[in-house]
Design a protein around this ligand. Sequence first.
Ligand SMILES: [Zn+2]
Length: 173
Amino acid sequence: MVGLAAGITFAPQDVPNRFWVLSAVCSVIPDADIIAFSFDIPYQHLFGHRGFFHAPFFGILLSIFIVLIFFGDREMFSKQWFFYLIFFFLLSASHGILDAFTNGGLGIALLSPFDKTRYFFPWRPIMVSPIGVIPFFSKWGLAVIKSELLWVWLSSFLMVITSAVIRVMASRH
Ligand SMILES: [Zn+2]
C-alpha cells in the first residue's frame, strides 16, 4: 500500500509496469530479514530482524541495484534516472522508519552498519505485528490489521487524495 500510494503520488505518468512491482517489493523487502531467525542469528545482531536490512543505508544499495538492473535502459544521471534512484531509496527507507513507529519488538538499526543502536520514535501508535504467519491469525493479528489500516493505509490514501487534488488544481491554472 505504501509503495502503491507513493507511486501514484510521485511517479511520472509513463512509468513501466515493473515500476509498480518493484515499488511493492521495496517497501516490504526489509522484512525478509526474519529469515535470520531460522539461521539462529539473534534479533539484536547486525543482520538480525530490523537490523542492517531495515537501515536507510541498505535502501541506498537496493535502489542502486534496482536502477542498474531494471532501469539500465535509462540514461545514467538523467532526470528520470535520478527519480528512480531517489524514489526506490526513500521507499525502502520508509519501511524502517514506519517500523520505528511500532510499539513492540526491538528498535530499528537506522544507522546500521555504522552504528548498531536500535531506534524507536518517542510516539509509537502502530501495533507491532507478531512474527510468522500462524501467530498472525489471532486477536493480536486482527489488532495489527486495524492499527495498520488506520495509521498506514489511511495516511497513504490521504496522500493519494491530496496529490490528486493538487494535480487537478494545478491543471486548472
Ligand atoms: Zn520491518
